[in-house]
Write a new protein. Sequence first.
Lengths: 128, 428
Amino acid sequence: MKHEDILWRLAQLSSLPFQERYVIGGTPDEYVLDTELLENVDSIKYLVRRPEQQVDFTDLQIRALEQLFEYVELHSGEALSGASGVEAAALIRESSVWHEMRAKAASALEAFGLSPAMTVEEIDRISA
Amino acid sequence: MIAGLQNKFSWSGVAAAGAGAGVSVWSNNGLQLSGISEKTLPGMLGGIAGAAATSLVKGRDFGDTIMAQLPSIIGNTIGNLVADGVASRGRSKGGLVIPDDAQLSSASGFSWDESAIPGSYESNTNFTPQQVDDRSKVAQRIIERDKAAAERTYSFDILPGHNGVVTGQYEIHGGDNDGRISDVLPAAYDELALRYDRTTNSIGLDRMSSDGKATNYEMDAARTAELRNEQFKTDVAAGIGLGVMLGPITALVSAGAASSITTFGLANAANIMSGTGIVGEIITGVPLMTPVAAGSGVALASVAERAPNTIVATERGVAMTSELLSLQGTSKLAGDFRGIEGARVEEIISRVPSNWTLASQLKGMGIRFLDSTGIERLRLHGPGARAPIGSNSAAGWTARVHVPGTKNSYYDSLGNIVGPKAIAGHIP
């Protein structure tokens, strides 16, 4: 599995500015669902966990990803519990669950050698 | 509703019809469930407030007014059970499997001694994973075995987690057929839940509280009355919510269904009313009677096998029946998702290549199919109250079809490749 297929997912989940622009401030023509941020990350576990894929990752990377996978699995319900856009925005900005998810995604990014302090534009570029 | 009778499938239409089915029951019977026979139920479906229901499903108003009072938390647990159960019977991996007696008895460290099952949360917190698993199986087995029992009463905890935190509780009283499901309970809690009391044939809002040592139950009459008299009479959304709740329960009562089934009725309703779009509802091609069989995942799977076109949407995602999944790969257009806008769910599933697998579902997420290499290729999302107003995702169910070989591009309904944030990539 190419690392670039993982990095954009981690970058989007790690970045509050990205979430501000596209999840909280998304428009009908251009938006990202909060659900998708988590699904994007959750989906790669099926690849990362394949034995033949393990050689592509360091132990540190695997450990960071697994910690993120586990956290998403355990807390997706709480993270996505907002009943409206306003509630969802508050959760994303202020809840400990989203803070922790961003932190774990950032740690995983760093394990791949990327800075989690990317701009939204930079995240857009690696996401395309 | 009835997906099977529609010329053109509409996710929101199906959901609306499912909700409307409940409205009919509600408006005819209020909170009392007596006098509804199995035969009358299908007939009630005809006079449903479909338009109102549709607007609810499509808009942010879906259940918003009631969700504050009702615990979506109920739906979480049942969602897990349902998804696990269906998955275990279907093509997906994992899930809840109830072993037979012989398998149980031969399991390492397993004991049939029900008295050995601790009754307090404190003692439960010391369970090992094996003990948790054993007790889960015992409880489920007993529920299955004695669901028709008249006098016996059971109260077991299913604890899928450990390490000092009660992460789930499943409680069944076989004698009076009460049912209650909750989830993620800390050592001390105070929560509201829907409760169906078969003895009085009524349903109400129930307060369950605990200081970590003892659990107290108290029917919150004032809150129930408020729901009945204010919310439900003035707000269509609330009326539909309760209706959906009552529908399956009424069917259960009529059919003399077991306690485990009754519980599912509650969970169904709770999900519907959680209001974040379609977080939890029962959508079935065999109205109302189809949910008759769900309390445990296995029970649902059993019914799902008999009821075609059943879709169960929960906060955990969408669980499809094995019958529906059996359509997977049957279309000549398998792998080609062009033109699926407004398509029937059967059509969509039939186009999913047979070697794709259904990903395990997480709370709040959609249904996802992975191709043979493990790459996610198709997502189905319920309408999201959190999506931008005016977007496809806010208006109804959407499909996301990933373009293979790309990082993050999707097909629109015409087969054009669009960017990840483009509205056309969320196919309604």
